[in-house]
Write a protein that binds this ligand. Structure first.
Ligand code: SAM
Length: 332
């Protein structure tokens, strides 16, 4: 019964932070000594990476300038080439308070949804490579790593290494996640056969760092609605997956029944931006988050988009009356 409050307090450093801090400097050294030995990409850590994000954003802008298309940013209509920059700004602003805000806004429900996503719907195999896109501060990737660690402990002589890659377009989010992984000692799990890498990249185009058919499982949680071209991101997931690989997407969705939706809308529009203002001193970013949820396609329409990208066995499960939905598909 006390598990949630204790996890909540611990994870926001309101309880027993001493241990975390004492491990921190040692762990940072480990990261400096052994920046990823990754065959695909470099671990992100420094200012160069922020520059890279800026360049990616700018090149998207140039490409899209030619088409003069418009898209939505929450309820605003914006030039398509502007959206990525605006989303980037949102997550740059909220990165430090992102985890705390998630707990407060959802009453820690996001943890249960993520536990269900990885615990009940995903079957990573030791020796595999698992990519978590728009992985932010690492919540989903950490669950995958933990799942794999348990498998490795059950097969101590396998001689295999499993790889979990956290990818995100925003260096600030990744940096918060990397620090968290150090505090949780995840960087030491390589001894157990689980290697965690951090990679800055746009979900729409990972071709510079992730080869075709190289990934055993692709996850994306609460990320895809922020992407400018959702169809491109799903196609990219299809490209990077090996045949037989699983696509799994957790995203806010459409609430049923209507009466509950009305209450949920009231809560979202009246309470969440206010919490954002008080806790993160940022009303507008949370107003965008609430609005972006309403712009995201409902369950059936998103299912169709996943099928259109070429996935088979496409299905979804609505969780908590459809507040979120878990969509999955297989690349054959
Ligand atoms: C709501 S957070 C979700 C983070 C994490 N997956 C979680 O569940 O806690 C959305 C993340 O999507 C990232 N993002 C937005 N647009 C992206 C894009 N085009 N490519 C990759 N990541 C993107 C943001 O930087 C942010 O970290």
């Amino acid at each position: 019964m006390l598990r949630f409050p204790v996890r909540f307090l611990r994870s926001h450093k309101l309880l027993s932070t001493r241990l975390c801090y004492s491990q921190h400097s040692e762990a940072s050294d480990v990261f400096k000594k052994y920046p990823s030995a990754s065959s695909f990409a470099n671990v992100t850590s420094d200012a160069n990476n922020s520059q890279q994000t800026q360049q990616t954003t700018e090149s998207n802008t140039k490409d899209s300038n030619n088409t003069q298309s418009e898209t939505h940013f929450g309820y605003k209509t914006v030039p398509e080439h502007e959206k990525q920059k605006m989303v980037h700004e949102v997550f740059r602003n909220v990165a430090d308070k992102y985890d705390l805000m998630n707990d407060l806004m959802s009453g820690t429900m996001h943890r249960i949804w993520k536990d269900q996503m990885i615990g009940d719907h995903y079957r990573p195999q030791i020796g595999g490579t698992y990519l978590d896109v728009a992985g932010g501060t690492g919540d989903v990737a950490f669950r995958i790593a933990e799942y794999l660690k348990r498998q490795h402990l059950n097969a101590p002589n396998s001689g295999l290494t499993s790889r979990v890659i956290v990818s995100d377009i925003n260096a600030n989010m990744l940096e918060v996640g990397r620090q968290k992984s150090i505090e949780l000692n995840l960087h030491k799990w390589e001894h157990h056969g689980v290697k965690l890498d951090w990679l800055e990249g746009n979900a729409e185009d990972l071709s510079e760092t992730i080869p075709d058919r190289s990934i055993d499982g692709y996850t994306i949680a609460f990320g895809i609605r922020n992407v400018t071209h959702i169809d491109k991101a799903i196609k990219e997931a299809h490209r990077v997956l090996k045949p037989g690989g699983q696509f799994l997407c957790l995203e806010f969705s459409q609430v049923y029944p209507i009466a509950l939706r009305q209450f949920y809308d009231w809560y979202s529009f009246n309470i969440i931006p206010k919490i954002g203002q008080v806790v993160a001193n940022d009303h507008d970013s949370y107003q965008y988050l609430v609005e972006s949820i309403r712009q995201f396609p409902p369950q059936e329409r998103f299912k169709q988009m996943i099928q259109d990208a070429g996935f088979k066995n496409v299905r979804y499960t609505s969780l908590t009356f459809g507040v979120v939905a878990l969509h999955s598909g297989i690349k054959l």
